[in-house]
Each structure stands twice: as C-alpha cells, then as structure tokens.
Design a protein around this ligand. Structure first.
Ligand code: SF4
Ligand code: SF4
Length: 552
C-alpha cells in the first residue's frame, strides 16, 4: 500500500495509479457463475453497506464509485429511487475509469418497525436550551446534526438579547445509529421508525440496475415477513439473490431462519444469503465491535441444521474482522464436506463509510464540487483507504490461487483442504491430517486454479504443522465450550457494551473544553475537528495532554 505522502501529484499519473490499482483487484471469473456468487462460494465476498436509511445521494454516489474501484461484490443501499440512481452513477463512473467488474446493487427493506436500521433521529431545536454544549452534534458519526446559535428577532424585526438554536437533524444523512439519543442531557431526541413501502420495493426490483433484495427482520416472529414476501409477488423473480438480515435472538435463531427459508420457498430465490447482524451500526466504534458478529458466526458454524444459502457477517464489522475470523478458523473455510465457504464474506458499513468519508469531507471543504473523480488526488487517497479494508478479504484468495505453498499469518499452509470445518478431520493431529490429504482423500471442488502440492511440498507443510503446539490444534476446534462461551457473550455483551458506551459518552459530554483549544489542535495537527474535540474531552480538557497524545 503506498504511503500517502509519496503519492504522485501529476493528474495523469494519479489517474494511471487509480486505474492500475483498480484493474489489479478486478476478479477474473473462472467459472460460468456470476463473479459475486463465485466470491461467496470462495468466502471472499465483500459488500459495501451505504446504509438502509442513509440517503445523502452525493456521498452514496462517491462511496459507490470508490468501493467499486476497490473491487467490492455488492453495494447495499436504501430502497429509494434517487439513492439507487446515485449508486449506479458511482458504479458507471468507476467503470469508465477502469475495466472492472460491476458490483451487484442491493436494496434493503424491512418487515417491521423493530429493526434499528430503519429509523431517523428527530428533535425540535427550539426545545433545546440555547447554552446546551450540543453533545448530539459532536457524537454523530454521519455529521447529520447541524445546529447554530442565532439571536431571536422581535416583532419589529430587530435582534433581541435572547438566543436560540436553529437547524436540527439532516434527515437524509441520519442512518439511525442512535448514539445521539443517549447523550442528550435533556432527552429531546426521539427515534422516528418507518417501514419501506412494498410497492416502491417491487418497482425498484423490476429495474435492470437493481440486482439483489435484502429483507431485515427483527427475529420477533415470521408473520410480517410472510406478509411482505407475499406482497412482493413476482418481483422476486427479477432478483439474482435474496438476502435476509437478522440479529442473534438466542436459541430460537436457527429455527427462525429455517421458518423464513420455508416461507421463501413459495417463490424460491436463485440464491439465498443470510446476513448475521452482530452489533448493528457499530463498526466505526472500535475493535471490540466486531465480537458479536464473530460469536454469531461461531454459533452458526457449530450447528448442523443451518438453512440452505450463503452466510455473511455484518454489524460491527471493521478492519479487525478478518483477523478474528482467521483466529477462529472460519475465514475462507469450507462447510463440512460441501464445496462452498462456511462464511461467504463480510459486509462493511459504518467503518467503510468512515474511512472514505473523511476523504470526502476534505473534497467538500475544498470546493462545492462533490464529484470525487474531479479530484484525482483525493480519489486515489480514498481508494487506498478502501483497499485497506477490501484487500485483506480478497487477497487471501488471490495469494492462495497463485502461491499454494505460502503460509498464512498463523503459520498454517494456505491449502483449503487443511482448514475445513469437518470436526472429525480436526480431531486428527496435523501429521495425520497431512496424511489424509496426501492420500488424495481431499474434498471435491475448491478454487479452479488450485494446484495440488507435490509430495515435497507436503513434507515441508507437514514439518511446519508439526511445529505448532497441541494448543493451536485445540484452538481451531469448534468445541462445545467455545460455542457456549460465544452464545453467552452474545446474550450479555450487547447490553453491557451499550450501557458502558452511553455512560462514557455522557461523561465526555460533561467535560468542559475550550473551543479555541479544539481549533488550535485541529489546525496545527491537521486533524478533523471532531477528533480533536473528542481527544480533548478524553484528556479532561487539557490541551497539552491531548497534543502529547497525538505526538507520542
Ligand atoms: S441517530 Fe446517529 S446518524 Fe442519526 S443523527 Fe443521531 S447520531 Fe447521527
Ligand atoms: S444534546 Fe439535546 S438538548 Fe442539546 S442540542 Fe442536542 S438535542 Fe438539543
């Protein structure tokens, strides 16, 4: 990955760098299946989530452009015609820049008002105390709250000594994350929930530039899902894949999935995808946010009566997700004796938007032009950010195809037949497992270009495996105690995490800071003002300590 300070400044060179980076990531199809399905089968599918409620068309367009260049398989957006147009415009511009695969366009809808992705924040700024420090504005990850203090005008049109707040929530930017609700010291902010209109959904599905439908369901029953499925009628026949997104709802999760699958059999989709929604809209918060999605995957991997279809992680996914999946032996790992990956891939939302969004904000600060392709230096910077997220998923497969003898991070050879989730095989010692593979008893299928290792390679790999301790072997087993732990973690961590986060945000909001300090830190260290402000709060308003933190 090039260091940003070493990027070329000449526009032609910049464009050439963008084209080269994008072209090198465009997957070549090796089978007759659509490339996104091949990605799901291999386990290296990547989806960009623009946000089921995020409707800022300028940002959606630019995000779609950047992540298409980065090689995502699918772009998930709000079920709204103008948003779908924006996604397609971004994809078209990306394809005019470089010869790359077209990602599928997915629209997200819901069957009830319980799913957190389908809500907006709402408040009347006139009800806010004018001297409120506005923690809602500071915490919003989407810059969806805009407030300013103005003097009140009296009946004769002149300013009074009283002031009030003006502005409020920028509805199209709010994606319902809920962080502002808990930090408002006066409880002024309300969630406004909604359900997408099935008639609009049907019309969108009939368009040629919409490929996939995703239905979010809260897991509280199947009646509303059934109703929605019936109302979508023949429009389902226009989809290339139907995804269902649902949270972990305890022991009943799998039974519920199987019921949903049965409902869909009235009009069976070409392909099914299950989105395991860990901790919704939290990927940008930090490393720990990905834990719930991983626990969900571990639970699914341990069960045998999973419904048919591909599985994908979402909710809290970020730059740590691949590493966590690898640790659990679930990354690009095939399901039992099947040909397909157990976990088909990863969907990135808040984190993906955050890393590219900071570049988009720079473009907006420089000019009113919001077409990122008019600013190649920023387009390249945004692409580098996007690739840092997409490449770890995609490049695993690429290196596997080209260098079958290379080793993965933890020292295990990257031969898919050595990392399958079959419990019996995992009980074998590394050498026994190598013996199984050498005897030709591996699974069928796999990557088309996979080269069988020679006996010398196998010996070397066997030695490498022997160096691993028994603990490593044990760690890779999905034994029942780990599954129990994962389930317990799912049940308890969500509430505790949110409570801790709420408490922390309230504490930070109460810290008194000097706005001049924020400006100085942001300007001198070339930081986003939000980052400067938050760090200042985290250091109890001590500007010197905050600056030291950045310079350490
Ligand atoms: S719900 Fe989230 S995105 Fe919407 S205004 Fe509040 S903090 Fe911002
Ligand atoms: S934190 Fe609450 S009271 Fe303060 S500006 Fe925001 S909505 Fe208004």
């Amino acid at each position: 990955m090039p260091a940003l300070h070493s990027l070329p400044s000449n526009k032609a060179l910049l464009l050439s760098a963008i084209q080269t980076l994008a072209r090198s990531r465009s997957a070549r199809s090796t089978k007759s299946l659509p490339p996104p399905i091949e990605s799901l089968r291999r386990g290296d599918w990547v989806k960009l989530i623009c946000g089921a409620s995020f409707e800022d068309v300028a940002d959606v367009r630019n995000l779609s452009l950047v992540y298409t260049l980065a090689g995502v398989d699918c772009i998930d957006c709000a079920a709204d015609a103008s948003v779908v147009n924006a996604v397609n415009e971004g994809i078209n511009v990306a394809q005019s820049i470089s010869t790359i695969n077209r990602p599928w366009v997915m629209i997200s809808v819901n069957d009830d008002r319980q799913d957190l992705h389908f809500r907006k924040a709402e408040f009347d700024p006139e009800e806010c105390p004018p001297d409120c420090p506005r923690p809602c504005q500071a915490i919003c990850p989407a810059e969806a709250i805009s407030l300013k203090l103005v003097q009140e005008i009296n009946g004769t049109g002149t300013s009074t000594s009283c002031s009030k707040l003006e502005g409020g929530v920028i509805t199209e930017r709010c994606y319902g994350c809920g962080r502002c609700f808990s930090v408002c010291p006066f409880d002024r902010i309300r969630p406004m929930t909604y359900v997408r209109d099935p008639i609009i959904t049907r019309n969108l599905l009939e368009r040629d530039d919409v490929d996939v439908l995703e239905i979010h369901t809260s897991g509280r029953g199947t009646d509303l899902f059934s109703e929605l499925w019936a109302s979508l009628g023949d429009s389902i026949g226009h989809t290339k894949l139907v995804a269902v997104s649902l949270p972990y709802v305890g022991e009943t999760t799998l039974g519920l999935m199987n019921q949903l699958f049965s409902i869909m059999q009235s009009r069976p989709p070409l392909y099914n995808l299950w989105q395991l929604d860990g901790r919704p809209m939290s990927g940008d918060i930090g490393r720990g946010a990905t834990k719930q999605a991983i626990s969900y995957a571990i639970h699914l991997a341990s069960t045998h009566n999973r419904p048919h279809g591909f599985y994908q992680l979402a909710g809290g996914t970020n730059s740590h997700t691949v590493e966590c999946l690898k640790k659990e032996g679930l990354f690009c790992t095939r399901a039992g004796t099947g040909r397909d990956a157990l976990i088909g891939g990863i969907a990135y939302g808040g984190y993906a938007r955050k890393i590219v969004g900071k570049v988009l904000r720079k473009v907006l600060m420089q000019s009113s032009h919001v077409r990122i392709e008019d600013h190649p230096e920023h387009l390249l910077e945004a692409l580098v950010e996007a690739l840092a997220l997409v490449d770890p998923v995609k490049s695993f497969q690429r290196s596997k195809l080209k260098t079958p003898k290379s080793k993965s991070i933890d020292g295990l050879p990257q031969n898919p037949s050595l990392v399958q989730g079959d419990t019996d095989r995992q009980r074998k010692t590394p050498r026994e497992r190598m013996g199984m593979e050498a005897g030709g008893g591996g699974e069928e299928g796999g990557a088309e270009m996979m080269v069988e290792p020679s006996s010398k390679d196998l010996q070397q790999q066997s030695k490498a495996l022997d160096k691993l301790t028994d603990r490593v072997v044990d760690d890779r087993q999905l034994d029942s105690s780990r599954v129990q732990e994962a389930m317990a973690s799912l049940a308890s961590s969500k509430e505790a995490d949110w409570n801790a986060m709420r408490l922390r945000e309230k504490e930070l909001a109460a810290v008194k800071i000097n706005q001049v300090d924020v400006d100085i830190i942001a300007n001198e260290l070339e930081l986003d003002k939000k980052v400067a402000e938050r760090t200042l709060r985290e250091h109890k308003g001590d500007a010197v300590a905050a600056i030291r933190y950045f310079l350490r």
